[in-house]
Design a protein around this ligand. Structure first.
Ligand code: ADP
Ligand code: ASP
Ligand code: MG
Length: 404
């Protein structure tokens, strides 16, 4: 008998028929002789709808209240899923994040899991129940409701699988697995059979939202292998696991794109020790996540520094950047939104040359201008105009021979 965690995302529980489909799949898994814990998301569109409602009553709602509100999305789905299983003659109980023992930090709307004490999960499983746990939510030690950041149900599933030492963790979604690129953008993208944690982590944190990046980080840290697959068929999905020799043979595993980015250039920054630190300390104190940073060669004692961030962040941050640029005695501040990032990812890059050349060549031939470049051991990313991102993704996908 195996202990299995299954997570169903928003589309998979998007209406009553789909919840009944999930109920049938879960019962079939249990009837095959397994113990099953199910983690569910809010029905598709519900979380966005709740955020919109909040904005209608308040321009900047308190984050504590946002968490109380957003947690209702998943709470609806756990009850409906348990009811659907019971209606089919099965035995299921729903548990909120708090009841499932998920203890988090107190950072509302992006809390981190601190500990899991799944006492009730174990007890209900022993009594022959399917446990239906609300994804995306937890509580602090003081009993405050928290949420784990957008896409956080993935994290709930991986963390519960680690805590109860599940034999298998299955992430059910609306695509057959992790593809070489978002199949909505590149129609001939191919399903990947197996991928290393580090590769999916790079892809997820550079825009491939098929898995929440923090959930992949958690899986890597606690060595939880998992499979991403479809809730609408029985096809094998993508196995996500530690690196192995076979995985290293592929140079480029996949391509991600991230839209809605913004670029800031501060010109004529005095080229002396401590200046960059003053600029980026001011930004980090404002809690902005800076992505790519490029500093030019210094000419006559000054240099230009460019960096990117989410376009929404720039709206909030504009005044802070203007202030700090003035304080350090820099020149102009040029702000530009409407840019995007394309990343090419693969652990095989560590031991292969020519990936950058192939990428730059295909973009150049296709008329895509590269504004910034950033690399890591297993990734090459370029900043380009947002209007060209889909074209660029298709060019790179073809250049690296990733198509079906
Ligand atoms: P869920 O609601 O099940 O959590 P998500 O919408 O969060 O599902 O993630 C699934 C979606 O991720 C797919 O519909 C697909 O458009 C998108 N996606 C982005 N990049 C990829 C990729 N490389 N492979 C597969 N899907 C991807
Ligand atoms: N419902 C949450 C969201 O839309 C969490 C999730 O679906 O994973 O972000
Ligand atoms: Mg998701």
């Amino acid at each position: 008998m195996a202990l299995i965690v299954q997570k169903y995302g928003g589309t998979s529980v998007g209406n009553p028929e789909r919840i009944q489909n999930v109920a049938r799949r879960v019962l079939a898994t249990q009837q095959a002789g397994n113990s099953v814990v199910v983690v569910v998301s809010a029905m598709s569109g519900v979380t966005d709808g709740l955020i919109k409602l909040a904005k209608e009553v308040s321009p900047s709602p308190a984050e504590r209240e946002m968490d109380v509100l957003l947690a209702t999305g998943e709470q609806t789905t756990i009850a409906l899923t348990a009811m659907a299983i019971n209606a089919l003659g099965g035995k299921a109980v729903s548990l909120t994040g708090a009841q499932a023992g998920i203890i988090t930090s107190g950072v509302h709307t992006k809390a981190k899991i601190a500990n899991i004490a799944p006492r009730q999960v174990r007890k209900f499983l022993e009594e022959g129940n399917v446990c239906i746990v609300a994804g995306f939510q937890g509580q602090t030690l003081e009993g405050q409701i928290t949420t784990l950041g957008r896409g956080g149900s993935d994290l709930t599933a991986i963390a519960i699988a680690a805590a109860i030492k599940a034999d298998m963790c299955e992430i059910y979604t609306d695509v057959d697995g992790v593809y070489t690129c978002d199949p909505r953008v590149v129609p001939d993208a191919k399903k990947i059979d197996a991928i290393a944690y580090d590769e999916l982590l790079e892809m997820a944190s550079s825009g491939s939202k098929v898995m929440q990046s923090r959930s992949v980080e958690f899986a890597k840290k606690f060595k939880v292998p998992f499979e991403v697959r479809s809730s609408f068929n029985n096809n094998r999905g993508t196995i996500v696991k530690e690196e192995s020799i076979g995985l290293e043979n592929v140079v480029v595993r996949g391509i991600s794109l991230e839209r809605k980015q913004a670029k800031v250039t501060i010109t004529q920054v005095p080229d002396k020790p401590g200046t960059a630190s003053r600029i980026f300390t001011a930004l980090s104190e404002a809690n902005v996540i800076i992505d790519v940073i490029v500093q030019n060669v210094s000419v006559s004692g000054t240099t230009d520094i460019s960096f990117t961030m989410g376009a929404d962040e720039l709206e909030k941050l504009g005044p802070v950047i203007d202030r700090v640029a003035k304080e350090v005695g820099a020149g102009e501040v040029i702000k530009k939104s409407g840019i995007a990032k394309l990343s090419v990812v693969g652990i095989g890059m560590r031991s292969h040359s020519g990936v950058a050349a192939t990428l730059f060549e295909c973009l150049g031939n296709g008329g895509v201008n590269i504004q910034m470049i950033s690399t890591s051991e297993i990734k090459i990313a370029v900043i380009i105009d947002e209007a060209q991102i889909e074209h660029a993704a298709k060019l790179a996908h073809a250049a690296f021979g990733l198509a079906k």
